[in-house]
Design a protein around this ligand. Structure first.
Ligand code: UD1
Length: 456
């Protein structure tokens, strides 16, 4: 197996220096959606034909997923930076490297296709971002209902189709919660099952729509009725197809928030504006002017008013934008209440933002932010993907410079993040050698605090 390597230098030892008081202007291109690309890569296992995927973002999570697929016999040809051809003709059970599975929760997506194509699968329990418990009981329960026997042993999930049958069997599954990952796992398991499957209380995120569209191009029969019910009529085999990954709504949202926080005007494209409705509504409420033209969004911000947000499954406010939006509220006029309802530990950025002078009271995943006039640049280490983005946004608005570590998280989900910010005029630079522990900003007391927060 030829693995794709990550950056030559380890982003764990890199930092970005950001000079504050920044103003952004201009236009940037939004990359393909990480969360779509990951599941579409797994869905490509469902056919022996070639699958052509375009608009694949160049991210460390995607490189890990490609390496996972290669470890089970899949050939991946990189045509250019954003286009790949996947050939799963020689799919086998293989030995998926544990470290990749532990680092990437999306690795678990392979279980549905492996069960459908090979009748069995064995995967280490998945890992992912440091944002709290991320159970998989909805995935397991649904697969069992589709006719799989599943046992968890020594950190592995071993699955096989019951009674030596060749196909899973369609059924009615009602999810206990509208889990995005479980909905995707069960769709991929059910498309090749015998008979009809209904998934009720399914998640409605745009990435699920993207998955269904690609599978239907491959010959699957998936229909969505109303909102949270998915009807699948199993087929015997699927064909290859060409599919373009949808634009990343979370990357798009992060840049809109960065523009608002720095009182700037920027344009982003391509985007699917309806995927961003809940954020756009909150940005307008907080004082930004938003102009939508076809697949582009322009934002102009001259003031920031405090507004409240509460995360919710799509079409509600995305949990992935909660941390960046909190960074926007730091210098708002008045108070804002930010409530995280999806993940139990997605407030890692709060303590770090307070180190910059933010006034935030955090109780039970509810952050009450009182706007302040000024933030001070500090040396900070992000502990998960979106909290690191939040720190970068706060650093752009601070009075002096900051050094941000935790880039291994940022590189999981944002393609060319600092390059795009630089293009918009930010004074930002990745330092490949210096990190917080050996630079002149070092403050031992503060670093001890940060280490504690990072470890928590
Ligand atoms: C996906 C996204 C992630 C996003 C999240 C919510 C990917 C690769 N990641 O993650 O960026 O933040 O959706 O929009 O697409 N839960 C259970 N039991 C289960 C499964 C989930 O209780 O079996 C709970 C989780 O603990 C969490 C909530 O449901 O509290 C949402 O999780 P889920 O929708 O599954 O998120 P992911 O698919 O992991």
């Amino acid at each position: 197996m030829i693995c794709e390597s990550d950056n030559k230098l380890n982003p764990k030892f890199e930092s970005i220096k950001i000079n504050g008081r920044c103003s952004l202007q201009g236009q940037i291109r939004i990359s393909g959606a990480k969360n779509s690309a990951l599941v579409l890569l797994a869905a490509s296992l469902l056919t022996k034909d070639k699958v052509y995927l375009t608009n694949i973002p160049d991210l460390s999570d995607i490189r890990k997923m490609k390496n996972i697929l290669k470890s089970i016999g899949v050939k991946i040809e990189n045509c250019n930076r954003e286009k790949i051809i996947i050939n799963s003709e020689n799919l086998h059970l293989g030995n998926i490297p544990h470290n990749l599975v532990h680092e990437l929760r999306a690795s678990f997506f392979c279980i549905g296709p492996l069960l459908s194509k090979l009748g069995q699968a064995s995967l280490a329990l998945p890992g992912g971002c440091n944002i709290g418990k991320r159970p998989i009981e909805e995935h397991i329960k649904g697969l069992q209902e589709l006719g799989a026997t599943i046992e968890e042993k020594d950190g592995f999930v071993n699955a096989r189709i019951n009674n030596n049958r060749r196909r899973l069997k369609g059924t009615h599954i009602r999810l206990g919660c509208p889990s995005v990952g479980a909905t995707e796992t069960l769709i991929m398991a059910a498309v090749l099952a015998e008979g009809k499957t209904i998934i009720s209380n399914a998640a409605r995120e745009p990435e699920i729509q993207d998955l269904c569209e690609m599978l239907n191009k491959m010959g699957a029969k998936i229909r969505r009725a109303g909102t949270s019910k998915i009807f699948i009529e199993g087929v015997k085999y699927l064909n290859g197809c060409s599919h373009e990954v949808i634009p990343d709504r979370i990357e798009a949202g992060t840049f809109l928030i960065a523009a608002a926080a720095t009182l700037s005007s920027i344009t982003i494209s391509p985007v699917i504006p309806s995927h961003l409705n809940s954020l756009l509504q909150k940005l307008k409420e907080s004082g930004s002017e938003i102009i939508i033209k076809n697949n582009s969004i322009s934002i102009k911000t001259e003031k920031i008013k405090g507004v409240n947000i509460e995360t919710a499954p799509f079409p509600g406010f995305p949990t992935d934008l909660q941390a960046p939006f909190t960074a926007l509220m730091l210098k708002a006029t008045g108070k804002s209440i930010i409530k995280e309802t999806i993940f139990e530990n997605r407030m890692n950025h709060i303590e770090l933002l307070k180190k910059m002078g933010a006034s935030i009271n955090l109780e039970n995943n509810i952050a009450t932010v009182s706007g302040v006039k000024k933030l001070s640049g500090r040396n900070l280490k992000g502990s998960d993907l979106r909290s690191t983005a939040a720190i970068v946004i706060a650093a752009l608005t601070a009075d002096n410079s900051s050094l941000v570590e935790g880039l291994e998280h940022l590189d999981r989900g944002y393609e060319d993040f600092e390059f795009k910010l630089k293009k918009l005029g930010a004074d930002i630079k990745r330092d490949l050698t210096r990190n917080i522990s050996n630079n002149s900003y070092n403050d031992d007391y503060f670093m001890n605090e940060v280490q504690k927060i990072y470890a928590a």
